[in-house]
Design a protein around this ligand. Sequence first.
Ligand SMILES: Nc1ncnc2c1ncn2[C@@H]1O[C@H](COP(=O)(O)OP(=O)(O)O)[C@@H](O)[C@H]1O
Ligand SMILES: Cc1cn([C@H]2C[C@H](O)[C@@H](COP(=O)(O)O)O2)c(=O)[nH]c1=O
Length: 217
Amino acid sequence: MAELHFFTGTMDSGKSTLALQTNHNHAARGRVGRIFTSNDRAGQAQLSSRLGLTHDALEVTPDFDFWRYVVTTLTQGGRVDYLICDEAQFYTRDQIDQLAKICDELQIDVFAFGILTDFRTQLFEGSSRLIELADRVNVLQVEALCWCGKRATHNARTEDGIMVTEGEVIVVGDVEEQGGPPAEVAYEVLCRQHHRRRLTAARAKAVSLAPEPLPFG
Ligand SMILES: Nc1ncnc2c1ncn2[C@@H]1O[C@H](COP(=O)(O)OP(=O)(O)O)[C@@H](O)[C@H]1O
Ligand SMILES: Cc1cn([C@H]2C[C@H](O)[C@@H](COP(=O)(O)O)O2)c(=O)[nH]c1=O
């Protein structure tokens, strides 16, 4: 029986790497797949991992119809055994419904990868529907860490180094190198407590370096 798998984790937890490894392992056994992504940092129609691997992919735009694409491919004599779907948080609810239908009606395995929540801690549309429909939800084993050493569970967005909680939901970007100059828009993974307190690594450092206040007015 084909299954709809959802692999999730914070940014920088190895999802795209696992997507490429999954594709490699299935292709190595002669299975034929298709790779999809949406708004990858490396550009349109690319699936890229921070470990340096990149693969051509089909770009998923909001009007893309997975069901139509797969049925057309099959009726034209093409073969499709599995789908790799990266950055699935950006897919629409309808597109996730199409993936479930492909799995059930055409017996094609679907491996979807994406972050759960946005910089405001709210579920992305695609991820929320995947949680509702997936046969298996897997949390990535490699844990990204907050600056305090705890497991990172949330994705923070910074603008010029300051954490923000308002703005456009989709802004393509990367986690920032520690110690480098602040980027216009960047992301940082944090534990819930530090996300709640808006305490990024830079702010924690600034606070710890601040002189102790004098004990009198
Ligand atoms: N220089 C490196 N050496 C070893 N591992 C690395 C290096 N750079 C990145 N990684 C690994 O790659 C992971 C990020 O992989 P990636 O697939 O791009 O993540 P995601 O798709 O979840 O954002 C990091 O958590 C880390 O484990
Ligand atoms: C939290 C958050 C993230 N994004 C973007 C930033 C990146 O381009 C991707 C996540 O990619 P990764 O492979 O998991 O590192 O999503 C966004 O647009 N909005 C957000 O709130």
